[in-house]
Write a protein that binds this ligand. Structure first.
Ligand code: IDP
Ligand code: MG
Length: 148
């Protein structure tokens, strides 16, 4: 099934100039970029995005980190995009991520792990809507109605 998923290139990876390398991995995996934004989240925005983790011990550190610099947020589209993206990202902890995955290659530690990817259809829909209006996302044949 063709799906959409939300991807974030996190501040540590943007700061190290890895946007191009990481986007290349998505495209090589057959995931199409259908929306892209460079943003610098406020602490409140980061806390809202990660609200599901608010009880976790890493919440304060995570939201401080995610608001520490610019991030690249994108919507990826393709067959099985949600799990495909999770596969090429690798495990949360870069030390445990499989060889050849984005996190294994560029993640610094379990917090600064280079990328975010939605984990299920419901979270993907919620996360995409958090950052993008429907008319900011490209669809086939959508040129006329998407602009204006
Ligand atoms: P995921 O990004 O692989 O889906 P989640 O468990 O959803 O992993 O955690 C969200 C984010 O919180 C992680 O990507 C990472 O940045 C951070 N995080 C997760 N576990 C830890 C931890 O044990 N220590 C510090 N940060 C963590
Ligand atoms: Mg997650």
């Amino acid at each position: 099934m063709v799906e959409r998923t939300l991807s974030i290139i996190k501040p540590d990876a943007v700061a190290r100039g890895l946007i191009g390398e990481i986007l290349k991995r998505f495209e090589a995996a057959g995931l199409k970029l259908v929306a892209v934004k460079l943003l610098h989240l406020s602490p409140d925005q980061a806390r809202a995005f990660y609200a599901v983790h608010r009880e976790r011990p890493f919440f304060a550190g995570l939201t401080e980190y995610m608001s520490s610099g610019p991030i690249l947020v994108s919507v990826l589209e393709g067959e099985g995009a949600i799990s495909r993206n999770r596969e090429i990202m690798g495990a949360t902890d870069p030390a445990k991520a499989a060889a050849g995955t984005i996190r294994r290659e560029w993640g610094k530690d379990v917090e600064k792990n280079a990328v975010h990817g939605s984990d299920a259809p419901e979270t993907a829909a919620w996360e995409i809507a958090f950052f993008f209006k429907p008319d900011e996302i490209h669809r086939e044949g959508g040129r006329q109605e998407a602009r204006g």
